[in-house]
Design a protein around this ligand. Structure first.
Ligand code: GRG
Length: 305
């Protein structure tokens, strides 16, 4: 079996219908959980909603719901956790696009927040989404194994100075210098894997999963997270800005360390496939209940945007 075959995923699972229905549930929940656009002061609430409903793929919250379902949990219980993760993710994109960071004009196919609302409001919209994530997560119901503070700690840790922020700091400090594969892996694990991993762990926690399942979800999240970022690096080289909804080819122009730059395109593709196969292997103990997670991992590997 080639690495390509081993990531083909189950054919019976209707991923398209799954993505459609879960995206719809998440969008409705986000609409309910965010302050209405007219709430005073309207500018900030419009800016929060502008980025939140700009057409993101909702991968992290979908993974959160799929993890809950793999652990026999309910979508309803996982939804506040899924939405909190999406708030953190959207905040990080708004701030990453700022002139002081990546200075990007387009995101999710639309002008970035600072282009529409100005830099001050964009910074505040990111801050507000970051803060709102914790208000939303406080709505999640505790289970016999996991308390409200376990959810809080999980999200704060992934978004904090040892993971998400650490990755961004390392990324900034790596600019203009040559970077080893280990250093690049550190950036990707912190910037991308940590939040994705928290998303699946929170889904499992909302379903009161036992420690063995939480461990399996952690391994799954780490492998899928890294594979996702490698594919993101590949798409930056191979796809157009129109397709990606953001400026393509920026990494190469900025001579940024990426997997394709370090290993070449073919080796990067092989590595992403190997990591996805490892993610599948981590799901073995779910014995067929993780069809959605499997299909999602395969989809993330094969995605074109
Ligand atoms: C805290 C400012 C700050 C940054 C933290 C997450 C991050 C570091 C920066 C965001 C930009 C970036 C390249 C992140 C890597 C993860 C990634 C590929 C994000 C894009 O995720 P998608 O494709 O985006 O899921 P959509 O728009 O579909 O939600």
């Amino acid at each position: 079996m080639t690495s390509q075959d081993s990531t083909a995923g189950p054919s019976a699972f209707d991923l398209k219908a799954f993505l459609r229905s879960r995206t719809d549930r998440i969008n409705r929940a986000l609409d309910r959980l965010l302050p209405r656009p007219g709430t005073k002061p309207p500018t900030i609430h419009r800016a929060m909603r502008y980025s939140m409903f700009a057409g993101g793929k909702r991968l992290r919250p979908i993974l959160c719901l799929a993890a809950a379902e793999a652990c026999n949990g309910s979508i309803q219980a996982a939804l506040p956790l899924a939405c909190a993760v999406e708030c953190i993710h959207t905040y990080s994109l708004i701030h990453d696009d700022l002139p002081a960071m990546d200075n990007d004009d387009f995101r999710r196919g639309k002008p970035t927040s600072h282009k529409v609302f100005g830099e001050g409001i964009a910074i505040l919209a990111g801050d507000a989404l970051l803060t709102h994530a914790f208000e939303i997560i406080a709505l999640a119901k505790p289970t016999p194994r996991y308390r409200a503070q376990d959810y809080l700690r999980e999200l704060a840790r992934a978004a904090g100075s040892r993971f998400l922020i650490a990755g961004q700091v390392a990324d900034l400090e790596n600019e203009g210098r040559s970077v080893s594969r280990r250093e690049l892996q550190f950036v990707h694990q912190c910037k991308t894997s940590a939040l994705l991993c928290a998303a699946v762990r929170l889904g499992g926690m909302s379903a009161n999963c036992p420690p063995s399942h939480l461990q399996a979800l952690t391994r799954f999240g780490q492998h899928v997270g890294l594979a996702f970022q490698i594919v993101d690096d590949i798409l930056d080289v191979t796809q157009s800005s129109e397709k990606l909804g953001k400026t393509a080819g920026k990494d190469a122009r900025a001579q940024k360390a990426t997997y394709p730059a370090l290993l070449g395109l073919d080796a990067s593709r092989r590595l992403a496939a190997r990591l996805t196969a490892q993610a599948f292997a981590a799901l073995a103990l779910f014995r067929g209940r993780a069809a959605a997670l499997e299909a999602l991992a395969g989809h993330l590997l094969r995605r074109d945007r």
